[in-house]
Ligand binder design. Structure first.
Ligand SMILES: NC(=O)c1ccc[n+]([C@@H]2O[C@H](COP(=O)([O-])OP(=O)(O)OC[C@H]3O[C@@H](n4cnc5c(N)ncnc54)[C@H](O)[C@@H]3O)[C@@H](O)[C@H]2O)c1
Length: 465
């Protein structure tokens, strides 16, 4: 693979800004490989932004530092990623000492902003996992820091890169149903995937911003990109009715729980060596219990969520997120002045499904690249005509094939123009979390929330990239 470091950095800037920045916008040093530092060596960091980069792109990049506040997980990361770079508990020390070109942020959602801002201030390009951040104050601080910096910020939105989602974008872009007027988007998390959020730090609003932010940022980003406009106003309802305090009993954590025999949600982490090595064997350092009880009284996020979003271009969206569905899947319908598009993934009543829900969750999370390809239908139904079914080939694993395409764009085809505008930067990251933050506020106040009131970003009819 022939790719210079200069070319890569230009690519990073293209991804963030949607345009080619001059090569000399970056302080290129002597080294030929891109110097990457990673903060947060949990599952997303160590696997998708760690091992996978080492395995696929070692000829163009090298890890110069890993940072985490859990020393056991750092040890694990070195072995799992098969690297020998120095490790740090202090982010600034890592950046000062290793002088990375690119910092990848995969810590908890609530502290992304600290490392994004410090990374930019210290002269690095920054790639942050979604969600960009968890509240409007942190979001504004990121906006201010990015404005002051001449470095670039990329947000890792992988769902845009799934061929299925891209097909929907193409149909809308090509006016397949005339002028878009409204959208229904409903996402169903099953009792494996949905429940998993309540076992972890994601169950605490201050940590993940609630699933309105942690999870729905993916969905709101897809909507913003499909609709090609910024959101203007959001009104929402939500409640916690199954998990948390609603449970019939609760225990310390699954491993030692006295209720394991009668709990439908019992999860035996000891059967998964990777999870034991990554989390359970390192809980002595930070007390993070990966198989925590999902009926903990401290859980303060919503498990049912419903919102209406009005866009600046007058499109209205009905959105819902369910966290205890018997199946995992989603459905989106677009209404336009010339018809309707219906798209869905994994609605079991619309296709014969032979895979059980536990296995589906494992496949969804699979980042190994061992892909099973399927052909999924999108229906286009124009007014006064019969409907057409378009079959879209896509992978089952790695977020519908989005994960690997995102990597290839960043590291392999950086200079290739993308006709679907899938690269995401600050504004995309911000607009997608602002809908969720607005939804949270709307539930708290009982009132609609204007997106323009949250930060200095003003909603535009045509999305600004
Ligand atoms: N795009 C996707 O599809 C996708 C999938 C999974 C996770 N994610 C995102 O990736 C991020 C990480 O998720 P995860 O599941 O790996 O979480 P995790 O909790 O397993 O890992 C986070 C790591 O960050 C470390 N950390 C936390 N605060 C720190 C601090 N202040 N300083 C240093 N280290 C710190 C923790 O010790 C841990 O090792 C999250 O933001 C999540 O939203 C994205």
């Amino acid at each position: 693979m022939e790719l210079s470091r200069r070319k890569f950095l230009t690519a990073v800037s293209m991804l963030a800004a949607g345009a080619v920045l001059p090569g000399n916008a970056f302080g290129l040093g002597e080294s030929k490989k891109l110097k990457v530092a990673l903060i947060g060596v949990g599952i997303r960091g160590v696997d998708f932004w760690g091992k996978r980069l080492v395995d696929k792109y070692s000829d163009i990049l090298e890890f110069v530092g890993l940072c985490d506040n859990n020393p056991g997980r750092l040890e694990h990361a070195l072995k799992f990623m098969n690297v020998s770079c120095p490790t740090f508990s202090d982010f600034e020390k890592m950046v000062n000492q290793t002088k990375p070109d690119l910092v990848i942020v995969t810590t908890r959602d609530c502290n992304h902003h600290e490392f994004i801002i410090k990374g930019l201030e210290m002269g690095c390009d920054v790639l942050s996992e979604k969600p960009l951040t968890t509240d409007e104050t942190k979001c504004q601080a990121i906006i201010d820091a990015e404005k002051k910096s001449n470095k670039n910020l990329i947000v890792g939105f992988n769902y845009r890169w799934s061929p299925y989602n891209t097909k929907v974008k193409e149909l809308l872009r090509d006016n397949a149903i005339g002028k878009l007027t409204s959208v229904d988007f409903h996402w169903y998390l099953n009792t494996y995937h949905g429940a998993s959020y309540f076992r972890r730090w994601h169950g605490i609003k201050d940590q993940g911003g609630s699933l309105w932010v942690h999870k729905a940022t993916h969905h709101f980003d897809l909507l913003n990109w499909w609709i090609d406009s910024d959101p203007e106003e959001v009104f929402a309802y939500g409640d916690l009715e199954l998990y948390g305090k609603n449970g019939p009993f609760r225990g310390k954590n699954c491993r030692v729980c006295e209720h394991k025999n009668k709990c439908d949600f019992y999860w035996d982490i000891t059967r998964e060596k990777f999870m034991m090595d990554l989390y359970a064997n390192n809980e002595k350092y930070d007390g993070y219990i990966r198989d925590n009880c999902l009926f903990r009284n401290e859980i303060d996020i919503y498990d049912k969520m419903s919102a209406q979003v009005k866009y600046k271009n007058n499109v209205v969206v009905n959105y819902s997120l369910t966290t205890y569905s018997p199946f995992e899947g989603w459905r989106v319908c677009f209404n336009g002045t010339d018809g309707r598009i219906e798209a869905w993934i994994d609605i079991p009543y619309q296709e014969k499904m032979s895979v059980d829900q536990a296995e589906m969750h494992a496949r969804e999370m699979d980042q190994s690249g061992a892909d099973i390809v399927s052909a999924e239908p999108v229906v286009v139904h124009n007014l006064w005509e019969d409907f057409k079914i378009i079959k879209v080939k896509m992978e089952r694993g790695g977020h519908g094939g989005g994960d690997k395409r995102l990597h290839d764009k960043v590291f392999l085809h950086p200079d290739k123009k993308d006709e679907f505008d899938r690269a995401a930067g600050l504004r995309d990251g911000a607009m997608s979390v602002l809908i969720g933050i607005g939804a949270r506020k709307s539930i708290e106040t009982g009132k609609p929330v204007r997106i323009e009131k949250l930060t200095s970003l003003k909603p535009e009819v045509k999305r600004l990239v």
